[in-house]
Design a protein around this ligand. Structure first.
Ligand SMILES: [Zn+2]
Ligand SMILES: [Zn+2]
Length: 178
């Protein structure tokens, strides 16, 4: 998504759009790498306004993606919603170091050149930040049985997993020796 700087004023410009993931190279690469699959286009809402010597942009990007759980390997879908605020300054201006702490939002400064601000990189970055490194279908996913491979969320296979990695007996022995 792009906006023209000319014509922006103190009166906020509000834009909303849907854009296909295919227009965002970093997201296309994520899909190619098998990190996730985007199930919806990006829903974008952008508010841009001129403020002193910069342009303040507040945005929200939302979509839905499918992941594979890192413990039980089941696929699951989840919404991705991210709010961000960016201060854009003309690239020729002196670098602006302006950090304002707003709760729960990422706040950054970025340059723009010419008469257009392109939000592609910011939007990509926001999505990437929201993608879990180790996706979990649920916070307390029980994973797979290390002996028979059963999905422990669905059934208790009855295998005796004592003596495998997560045994408590080793811990007990350790305590007794002390
Ligand atoms: Zn899981
Ligand atoms: Zn089992």
């Amino acid at each position: 998504m792009k906006i023209r700087v000319e014509g922006l004023s103190e009166k906020p410009l509000i834009l909303s759009a849907q854009e296909p993931v295919s227009g965002y190279p970093v997201l296309v690469q994520l899909q190619a790498d098998g990190e996730c699959e985007f199930l919806q286009p990006l829903h974008l809402e952008i508010t841009a306004e001129k403020e002193f010597d910069h342009i303040r942009v507040h945005g929200r990007v939302a979509t839905r993606a499918r992941f594979s759980c890192s413990r039980c390997l089941n696929e699951f879908e989840t919404d991705i919603v991210s709010d961000f605020t960016v201060f854009y300054s003309r690239a020729t201006d002196i670098a602006m170091e302006e950090e304002v702490a707003l709760t729960g939002e990422d706040l950054v400064s970025a340059p723009y050149e010419g008469d257009e601000i392109d939000f592609t990189r910011e939007i990509e970055e926001q999505i990437v930040l929201d993608i879990p490194i180790k996706p979990l279908c649920q916070e307390d996913c029980r994973g797979l049985c290390v002996i028979c491979g059963a999905d422990l969320n669905a059934e208790d296979c009855g295998c005796n997993r004592a003596g495998t990695g997560f045994s408590f007996s080793a811990l007990k022995d350790f305590k007794v020796k002390k």
